[in-house]
Structure formats: structure tokens, C-alpha cells
Design a binder for this molecule. Structure first.
Ligand code: GDP
Ligand code: MN
Length: 376
């Protein structure tokens, strides 16, 4: 799960990284009061779990409390890359001398972590990385050794960061380890005109496998999409949100991945996918369908199952029972093949639900689901 900026900075602060004074609210009226407490002039920042807020108009200066209220009103409710702004953070502005970029990220291929740092941080970091890769230092970090002062000095030197950032680099590594994060990023880390080093932004991605021991983050810390993923995880389902319109349920990672490709080949985009794995019981099917149908972007659902250990008639029974407990509101295209496919199809034919259609091939099923999702 990704954290909001204000949550990331809470962790930074706990680990001794200096951040500007700030408060969060969902009310423009309160924004005025907060601005007054913070000294009048503030930066108003959209709290959404996506980057590039600055360029999207989600980070704005306000000269006084009245302007802060107005600006908060503008930013609240805004859509930034598909994320609706529900809260804003008001922060005390700082006078920037230089902006740096620093992050630690899991490098799965290398079986370790990677420190990425640049003396040219800020909103243009992607362009800098693309056009002048030399301006961005990439230093492998051995997870067993971690980031000691010596390692932090190596990173700072490679990136051309001032020596005062060494301490922040060590503390940022502590955040990653203590909080079970897969990514911690500060962009920009700034040197103020008075020479102080401050984290002006923060992104933290937590390792969901460690959720059981990171109990401080609950449902209230989530965006709607996160909540659905968490609900699926609680039911033992692998659910992943994407940005198209066809909901996809399949058994086995390989089949689900190919289904995504075939749907894309038919001119539609997957809205999400859910792998029901080996044992597709009625319960799992009902849970899976209810998760997929809770995604407002879904316009049709494709169930693609190849019966192996799980026989198709068991899956069909599951779908029929799911139809009793979940109100089907979108068309459902089912393709059953493999073990007991004929009996499975007969079970669905007998149920004869008006929104359920069957197809015998994966291509045929994908075409139909794609057409249903993109029609009208
Ligand atoms: P992002 O666009 O989502 O990464 O949002 P940021 O929090 O990084 O803010 C965007 C940009 O706004 C930063 O890169 C800074 O250049 C600028 N900014 C944010 N806070 C301050 C501040 O207190 N003072 C100044 N001068 N600039 C700020
Ligand atoms: Mn930023």
C-alpha cells in the first residue's frame, strides 16, 4: 500500500528527518484556521496517492488565511490522474536554495535495494533521468549491511549532494527498515536559503506482506481502490486494480495474464483482475464476483476458467450460488473448458440468468466481454 504524503512525513518526523510544519484537513473553513496558526502564508497540497501533483495544479501557494481557504476549496474534489482529492495538507512554506532527489527502492532482480539520488531534484526529475542519466546516481545497497554513515557518504558523493544530507540518508534507510517499506522517496529534499535540510515531499510504499505487524495503518488511511484490494486480501484473493473497463476472473496466474492480453487484443482494457487460484469453491467465486463488481469502472465481467484440479462444474456451481448472494448488475461472460466443462456449462444453462452468457473459446469470450464493455 502507498501512503499519503502526510503519513510519509509523519514517519520521517518520527525518525528524525526534518519536515516543515503542516496540518491536514478536508474543510476549506478549517484550512483558513490552519493557515492562521502556521503564520498566514502557506503551501496548499492535494493529498492523493500519485505523483506529479505540482504539475497538475494540486500544489499551490496562498498568501494569507483567506486565500488558503479559497485555494483549499479549489483543490479539494479535484481529480488528479484518476484520484479524487479528499484532503489537503497546509504547510509552512520554505525558501529553497536547492532541490535534491533521494530514494531507496527494492531491486528484485538484484535481490537487494537501490539508492537513487540526484542533486537535480524537483518536478523535472523524470526529464533529468531520461535526458541526462549521469545526473542521477544509482548505488546498490546490501540489505544485510544497510545504509551506514560511510554508505550514506558514498551515495551523497556519487550524486553530488552536500555533506549535510548524509544524516538524512541514514535516517531514511531506518524508515525503510522499521516501517517495512519497499520504497521511500523524498523529492524534493531541499537545502533552504538558511542552509537547513528539509524533506518537502514524501512517498512511502509499504510491503503488504508485513501488514500484520504494521497495524497503525487502517481503513481510514486508504483510498477507495486500496480498500477493495485490502478487502480481497482479507478473503485470501489476489485482486489487482487496473484502469480499463472489463473485470477479469481466472484461475491461475498464467491464464489470467493471457486473458488480460486477449481482452486488450479485442480492443478493450481490463478494469482489474482476480486470480481465484486452484480451489474455486462457491464461496471464493461469490467473494471474487462481489469484489470485481464493487469496482465502479467495470462494465462487463469475463470469467475464464480452465478446469484442472478444480472441475468446471464446481466453478459453475460456485457462480450459480454467487448469483444468489451477489446482485449481478453487469453482463457476465463465462468460458469454461477442461475438466468437466460440459457439465459446468449445463449447470449455467439451467440457471439461465439473463445477464450471464457462455462462450466456448477464450477468444470468443474475450471478444464478447470487450464488445459488452465498449458498447454504447
Ligand atoms: P509533487 O509534484 O506531487 O511531487 O509535489 P511536491 O510536494 O514535490 O511539490 C511540487 C513542487 O512544489 C516541489 O518540487 C517544490 O518545487 C514546490 N514546493 C513545495 N513546497 C514548497 C515550499 O514550501 N516552498 C517552495 N519554494 N516550493 C515548494
Ligand atoms: Mn514531489
Amino acid at each position: 500500500m502507498d501512503l499519503f504524503e502526510h503519513q510519509a512525513r509523519e514517519l520521517f518526523e518520527e525518525h528524525g528527518i526534518v519536515v516543515p510544519r503542516a496540518e491536514v484537513t478536508d474543510s476549506p473553513k478549517q484550512a483558513r484556521g490552519i493557515a492562521r496558526r502556521l503564520g498566514g502564508r502557506v503551501v496548499v497540497k492535494a493529498q492523493v496517492k500519485t505523483g506529479g501533483r505540482g504539475k497538475a495544479g494540486g500544489v499551490k501557494f496562498a498568501a494569507d488565511p483567506a486565500a488558503a481557504e479559497l485555494t483549499a476549496r479549489q483543490i479539494l474534489g479535484m481529480d488528479i490522474k484518476g484520484h479524487t482529492v479528499g484532503t489537503v495538507m497546509l504547510a509552512q512554506p520554505v525558501d529553497i536554495d536547492s532541490e535534491f532527489y533521494v530514494s531507496y527502492v527494492l531491486d528484485r532482480a538484484a535481490g537487494g535495494f537501490l539508492a537513487i539520488a540526484s542533486a537535480e531534484g524537483g518536478m523535472e526529475i523524470e526529464e533529468v533521468a531520461a535526458s541526462r542519466p549521469d545526473a542521477v546516481a544509482r548505488i546498490p545497497v546490501d540489505p544485510a549491511e544497510g545504509v551506514t554513515s560511510a554508505k550514506a557518504s558514498e551515495i551523497a558523493e556519487a550524486a553530488g549532494l552536500p555533506p549535510q544530507t548524509v544524516d538524512v540518508l541514514v535516517r531514511l534507510w531506518e524508515v525503510l527498515v522499521r516501517e517495512d517499506a519497499l520504497l521511500v522517496e523524498v523529492n524534493p529534499l531541499v537545502r533552504t536559503t538558511r542552509g537547513q535540510i528539509l524533506a518537502l515531499d514524501g512517498k512511502v510504499t509499504l510491503d503488504d506482506n508485513a501488514r500484520f505487524r504494521q497495524t497503525r495503518w487502517g481503513a481510514g488511511d486508504m483510498e477507495p481502490g486500496d480498500a477493495l484490494e485490502a478487502a480481497a486480501a482479507r478473503k485470501g484473493l489476489n485482486y489487482v486494480k487496473l484502469d480499463g473497463e472489463v473485470g477479469i476472473i481466472g484461475n491461475g496466474a498464467g491464464l489470467v495474464m493471457s486473458t488480460l492480453d486477449v481482452v486488450a487484443g479485442c480492443g478493450a482494457r481490463p478494469a482489474n483482475f482476480l486470480d481465484i487460484g486452484g480451489g474455486a469453491s462457491a464461496r471464493i467465486m461469490a467473494d471474487g464476483l462481489s469484489v470485481i463488481l464493487s469496482d465502479p469502472d467495470v462494465r462487463s465481467v469475463l470469467v475464464n476458467v480452465f478446469g484442472g484440479i478444480t472441475a468446471c462444474d464446481a466453478v459453475a456451481d460456485g457462480i450459480v450460488q454467487a448469483l444468489d448472494s451477489v446482485r449481478l448488475t453487469k453482463p457476465l461472460v463465462v468460458r469454461l473448458d477442461g475438466n468437466n466443462a460440459t457439465r459446468g456449462r449445463a449447470v449455467l444453462d439451467e440457471r439461465a440468468h439473463p445477464l450471464v452468457q457462455q462462450a466456448t473459446t477464450m477468444d470468443g469470450a474475450a471478444r464478447r466481454a470487450a464488445r459488452l464493455a465498449t458498447a454504447g
